[in-house]
Design a protein around this ligand. Structure first.
Ligand code: SAM
Length: 218
């Protein structure tokens, strides 16, 4: 099938992202630039710009484009930030963040996915992203503190290690709740403490690890 991916991408930005209220021009530009079809398995390339999550192997998913856009916009990135991402998956959200921030550190617990994402991002010339394999619930203390943290898997509660690695004034966006459904939540570190705001209901794969869901519950 001879699909014009650029046309599909433009339509995704217009119909799924702009139309649902995403207005940050930098986010919209990043979505126009990053070739989502390069981040999905070859056999799903033709579905890459559809309004849904897609399987990426190892029982994991690349999130729905709108959810990636919403989480990116909520971080309010200007371009100078150091960002920590938990749950690299395909590396698509990582690539979007690389357009929006100065440095992106991303952790994936499944070695096969981490390696594939690292190679994909390297091949596409992203030189401001670092992908690590490990338990992201513990964060990545060595490069902390972070201006922003994004968690792309569902946590039973916000991991204390991640909150401690957030800069004063920093924001974290994370789905928090049960195994079946969660609330997308923003945590903001202020001088007076940590504020939280509920954004919308959502459904993510579980965040598994020491400060997430226990692995033997799978
Ligand atoms: N943002 C990704 C993308 O654009 O493809 C999709 C992420 S997928 C919804 C969630 C990912 O979180 C999965 O790849 C899963 O293996 C990973 N994950 C779950 N628990 C984790 C943990 N403790 N540390 C790091 N990654 C974790």
């Amino acid at each position: 099938m001879n699909l014009n991916f650029e046309t599909l991408r433009k339509s995704m930005v217009q119909e799924q992202i702009c139309r649902r209220g995403i207005t940050d021009e930098r986010v919209l530009d990043a979505f126009s630039d990053v070739e989502r079809h390069e981040f999905v398995p070859a056999e799903l390339e033709t579905s890459a710009y559809e309004d849904c999550p897609l399987p990426i192997g190892s029982g994991q998913t690349i999130s729905q484009p709108f959810m990636v856009a919403l989480m990116s916009e909520l971080l309010g990135l200007k371009g100078y930030e150091r960002v920590l991402e938990i749950g690299t998956g395909s590396g698509y959200q990582t690539a979007i963040l690389a357009h929006l921030a100065k440095e992106v550190y991303s952790i994936e617990r499944i070695p096969k996915l981490a390696l594939a994402a690292k190679e994909r991002l390297n091949e596409r010339g992203y030189c401001n992203v670092w992908v690590e394999t490990g338990d992201g619930t513990e964060g990545l203390n060595v490069y902390s503190p972070y201006d922003a943290i994004i968690v792309t898997a569902a946590a039973p509660d916000v991991p204390a290690s991640l909150l401690s690695q957030l800069k004063p004034g920093g924001k974290m966006v994370i789905p928090v709740g049960g195994r079946q459904s969660q609330m997308l939540t923003i945590y903001e570190k202020k001088e007076s403490g940590v504020s939280t705001r509920d954004v919308c209901a959502c459904v993510f794969v579980p965040l598994l690890g020491r400060e997430g869901w226990k692995v033997n519950n799978e």
